[in-house]
Design a protein around this ligand. Structure first.
Ligand SMILES: [Zn+2]
Length: 212
């Protein structure tokens, strides 16, 4: 994951190259880039209010992109054997991510349902998976698929349903400026894809009891 290479030059370093000092994220490099952006937009990065900004942004990016250095599969290894073959659903898992097209945040909720195949996850593990996959430059559609694929391939679930609802600041504060718009994506795998009544059941569990 982290090469720790002291020779990673400006353009050759890939996403996992990290900092020369071995840290997964190269803070000094972000700081230089942020200073450049401030200059490019016509600001003075040396004025008092901006002096600490590049370092602050570097720390923020290290946090927001920490998922690049996390393997979501580790959370699925802690599944336990359980004779339970009904739907397990965790609704309203809050997340925040960063859209890879504009580097602006998008945030919302993920709802994850699955039909276990003899192995059940600790409930907090689904939230951990969402965290690892959201804390990286993302596209909502891809994140939705990645969550579902992981539960199919690494948990062996017989069916997986993932619905993600999010508000994208790249749509609300710029461009078409449509505050309040919510983007909904879903991924249905296994039985939830092939069996209409199973899908209807999981969707009613996801949306059931909601007023909106
Ligand atoms: Zn965007």
């Amino acid at each position: 994951m982290n090469t720790g290479s002291p020779s990673c030059d400006a353009d050759a370093a890939g996403p996992d190259a990290g900092a020369p000092d071995g840290r997964p994220v190269d803070h000094a490099r972000i700081e230089r880039a942020v200073r450049e952006i401030l200059l490019a937009v016509g600001e003075n990065p040396d004025r008092e209010g901006l002096l600490e900004t590049p370092a602050r942004v570097a720390r923020m990016y290290a946090e927001m992109f920490s998922g690049l250095h996390a393997d979501p599969k580790v959370h699925l290894r802690k599944a336990f054997t359980e004779k339970y073959d009904e739907i397990v659903l965790v609704r309203d898992i809050a997340f925040n991510s960063v859209c890879e097209h504009h580097l602006l945040p998008f945030m919302g909720h993920a709802h994850i349902g699955y039909l276990p195949n003899g192995r059940v996850l600790g409930l907090s593990k689904l939230a951990r998976v969402v965290e690892a996959l959201s804390h990286r430059p993302q596209v909502q559609e891809r994140m939705t698929e990645q969550i579902a694929d992981l539960l199919v391939h690494d948990l062996g679930a017989k069916g997986v349903a993932v619905v993600v609802e999010a508000s994208h600041t790249c749509m609300t504060i710029r461009g078409v400026r449509k505050p309040g718009s919510v983007c909904v994506t879903s991924a249905m795998k296994g039985l939830f894809r092939s069996n209409i009544s199973s899908r209807a059941e999981v969707m009613s569990l996801i949306y059931g009891g909601r007023t909106q």
